[in-house]
Design a protein around this ligand. Structure first.
Ligand code: 3LM
Length: 415
């Protein structure tokens, strides 16, 4: 009798991406079937009411649960090492459902100062409308984090490495501060994936993902996943997910299940490419700074082998000159695509200050280290020399523009 692949502790991550959490299909299908249905039929009224009362297991309606989304939840939870998962309509659906399930008026939350722009907007603009106090703090500084804790602090939330400039945070240190204050720590693990970082091992209570990115990996789905312990995931599913409704469609779950199978090989290639591209950018005369956790002098190195098992494939760099020069370079690229999002086969490039992080007021953005000339590159799966050649031809226009002679720091206009 084949097992249900729930106990995958003996497997290496590459095997877990393919077999972890997988249930045998009733017809023996190798690939998990797509249950593209809104509702499930009851044999009779007694069965229907028993399912609603929770007296009988079984499906009711796809917002409340679906075999295909369940399969994805088990698979991602197995990869992260948690007992349970919840699939959400988007990454922001995961952030909001996970946070709001534990909060009420009068509570306080502590957020890392560098997070994805819409997470910043959710916490800084929406949460406060419902009487939730929010503080942003540099979580790379444990003393500042400890000092920002209040008796009412219920949740801490961080990204590491942070979007967009890859600041790393010692998750175990922040988890200890959270737990000392009887608060939960939620980690957004989108940039790393469970193959490069498993926040559970550092003490995170919940992990969220924008599955839109590496987990799916093919740029054709917007989705999210939350992983955690049974009680916490049960609470999220039965409150914020059930009643606010940001659940994942079965079709999206099916596509992500397909993407997950190649996560290990994709991440290896992403990381190899990113290291090559980062080294190329580092020696370029028109580039002032390159932020990449794979560099020997990046603070991430202290956590390599413990918290992190790879540097990922997002690079942030500062061009010399003004944003107008940066815009020119982006516009000269031929193969590399100007687009937000990350973790796709295609190399994507974008300007955080005017795009992904435009929700930040300028002062908070600069304080978080997201400068006007910062460019974010999501290194894809193309051949690294082709990515570098495209950057090289586009950057060559900087010399034509005489940028290394013009270090003006002009006021930037994004109009
Ligand atoms: C982006 N990021 O280009 P969705 N957590 C992290 C993220 O990077 C994101 C989310 C959550 C980008 C999206 S910008 C309009 C495009 C670390 C998304 C939210 O809801 O699936 O987009 O995930 O940086």
């Amino acid at each position: 009798m084949r097992n249900n692949n729930n106990d995958n502790t003996q497997w290496q991550p590459a095997t877990v991406t393919i077999h972890g959490g997988k249930r045998p299909d009733v017809h023996g299908a190798l690939v998990a079937p797509l249950y593209q249905t809104a509702t499930f039929t009851f044999a009779n009224t007694e069965q229907g009411s028993a399912r609603f009362a929770g007296d009988e297991p079984g499906y009711i309606y796809s917002r409340l649960g679906n075999p295909t989304t369940d399969e994805l939840e088990r698979r991602v939870a197995a990869l992260e090492g948690y007992p349970a998962g919840a699939a959400t309509a988007t990454g922001m659906g995961a952030v909001s459902a996970a946070m709001l399930a534990f909060l009420q008026q009068g509570d306080h939350v502590l957020i890392s100062d560098a997070v994805y722009g819409c997470s910043y907007a959710l916490f800084s603009q929406l949460f406060i409308r419902f009487g939730i106090a929010v503080d942003f703090v540099d979580m790379a500084d444990p003393d500042a984090t400890q000092a920002a804790m209040r008796p009412t602090t219920r949740l801490l939330f961080l990204e590491s490495p942070a979007n967009p400039h890859l600041k790393v945070i010692d998750i175990a240190v922040i988890a200890a501060i959270a737990h000392q204050g009887k608060a939960r720590l939620i980690v957004d693990n989108t940039f790393m994936t469970p193959l490069l970082q498993q926040p559970l091992k550092q003490g995170a209570d919940l992990v969220i993902h924008s599955a839109t990115k590496y987990l799916n990996g093919h740029g054709d789905v917007v989705a999210g996943v939350i992983c955690g312990h049974d009680d916490d995931i049960g609470l999220i599913k039965s409150t914020t997910l059930k009643d606010m409704g940001a659940t994942m469609s079965p079709h999206d779950a099916w596509l992500i299940l397909r993407g997950l199978k190649t996560l290990d090989v994709r991440m290896q290639r992403h990381c190899e490419n990113a290291l090559e591209v980062a080294h190329y950018l580092q020696q370029h005369p028109q580039i002032a700074a390159v932020h990449y956790p794979g560099f020997a002098d990046h603070p991430a190195q202290r956590l390599m082998g413990t918290q992190m098992h790879g540097a990922g494939a997002v690079i942030a760099f500062e061009l010399k000159g003004t944003f107008d020069n940066a815009r020119m370079v982006l516009d000269k690229l031929q193969m590399i695509t100007i687009a937000v999002s990350l973790g796709d086969a295609e190399t994507l490039i974008q300007h955080p200050a005017s795009m992904t992080h435009s929700a930040y007021p300028q002062e908070a953005r600069l304080q978080a280290g997201i400068t006007d000339t910062l460019i974010r590159l999501s290194v894809g799966l193309e051949a690294a020399p082709d990515i570098i050649a495209d950057l090289e031809q586009a950057l060559s226009y900087m010399a034509v523009a005489g940028v290394d002679r013009k270090q003006k720091g002009d006021k930037v206009s994004y109009g």
